[in-house]
Design a protein around this ligand. Structure first.
Ligand SMILES: NC(=O)c1ccc[n+]([C@@H]2O[C@H](COP(=O)([O-])OP(=O)(O)OC[C@H]3O[C@@H](n4cnc5c(N)ncnc54)[C@H](OP(=O)(O)O)[C@@H]3O)[C@@H](O)[C@H]2O)c1
Length: 310
């Protein structure tokens, strides 16, 4: 059998990376991962190199012999200004990939329009795309809104708000619309782009089959979690306070929660569905994605495993 070209994953220990790596191995790709800490388990058969994208000198040679590199990294929740860190990480990665002669990069970014209205988080995601797209390799940018899967930041925040059933922050939040994507479908797109050369060098929006308000999304969560009703919204909303509380009660870091909460009054919808022609498959309904994530959580708790071991 012909040997497949080597794939590199930056962000392999994260919510998306942890699911992408086994999917790539299953398709027969040799996989090399980058990690700062090397403490989280990655599947057998993965090559793991230690490196920090903020420290250019640690990236020497890590991308040698790599054909395609995934970029699944953000710095929300880290100490200091995250946008500056995300810019430096992307520049260091782009320089290392260029030097190693990487042919393609696949970047998972965030959905959102209009520089003036974008949250700091989404604006930074978009600047990372600009840095990668300016490099000589071909970058595929996939832009997604909420991704539904156990351990995902947006998913865990919503689950927490529904579970505590205490307040829903402000009306704007409730009426903003989203297009939640099942994490399995996000992985399907990420692998599909690698296997379809027509996606090289292009930007695509990826979203689930339904457009709904955040309120509808929370009601679906409540229904699946057997929570009888959601309480009325409060007229004030303090992202910092709420984020601190979320950090105490969930695995989501306060900085990450705050950065995401600051953008939730905006519609986050796909503007373009050209990816559906190149990679057609049946998308998972939102309710099914929530049900699966809740079942995964129940199985993990039953087995006494933490998120990082999941
Ligand atoms: N989760 C969602 O709902 C969602 C929705 C839309 C788009 N996305 C995008 O998907 C991508 C991945 O997100 P995620 O949810 O998987 O994030 P995550 O779970 O927080 O994982 C982030 C990853 O980045 C790595 N990382 C951070 N700083 C690094 C550095 N300086 N050097 C090397 N590695 C570094 C972390 O590795 P360590 O183990 O070293 O910390 C970790 O593996 C991001 O671009 C995000 O914007 C996510």
């Amino acid at each position: 059998m012909e040997e497949k070209a080597k794939v590199f994953v930056a962000g392999a220990t994260g919510f998306i990376g942890r699911r992408l790596v086994p999917a790539l191995l299953e398709r027969g790709f040799p996989v090399r991962c980058l990690s700062r800490r090397m403490t989280r388990a990655l599947p057998e058969g993965t090559e793991i190199l230690k490196g920090d994208l903020l420290q250019a000198q640690t990236l020497d040679g890590v991308l040698a012999d790599v054909d395609t590199a995934y970029y699944l990294v953000h710095s929300m929740g880290e100490k200091g200004r995250f946008a500056e860190k995300e810019r430096i990480s992307a520049q260091n990665f782009a320089a290392a990939a260029q030097q190693a002669g990487v042919r393609r990069v696949i970047y998972l970014s965030g959905l959102g329009e209009g520089e003036e209205t974008l949250s700091a988080h989404l604006s930074s995601r978009s600047k990372v795309a600009d840095i990668l797209q300016a490099a000589p390799f071909k970058t595929t940018t996939l832009r997604s809104g909420v991704i539904l899967g156990e351990g995902g930041t947006s998913y865990e925040i919503i689950r927490f708000l529904v579970r505590t059933s205490i307040v829903l922050p402000t009306k704007d939040w409730l009426h903003a619309r989203c297009q939640p994507l099942a994490v399995d479908d996000a992985i399907h797109y990420l692998v599909g782009c690698l296997e379809n050369e027509q996606t090289a060098g292009r930007t695509f929006d990826i979203g689930g089959p339904e457009i709904m308000t955040y309120y509808d999304l929370m009601e679906t969560f409540a229904d699946e979690m057997k929570i009888p009703h959601l309480n009325a919204p409060v007229p004030f909303f303090m992202p910092k306070v709420l984020a601190g509380w979320i950090a105490m009660m969930t695995p989501v870091n306060a900085g990450v929660a705050r950065a995401l909460l600051e953008g939730v009054h905006l519609d986050v919808l796909c503007r373009d569905d050209s990816i559906r022609e190149l990679l057609p498959f049946e998308l998972t309904p939102c309710r099914e994605a929530i049900r699966k994530a809740l079942a995964e959580r129940a199985a993990r708790l039953k087995a006494g495993r933490s998120f990082s071991e999941a």
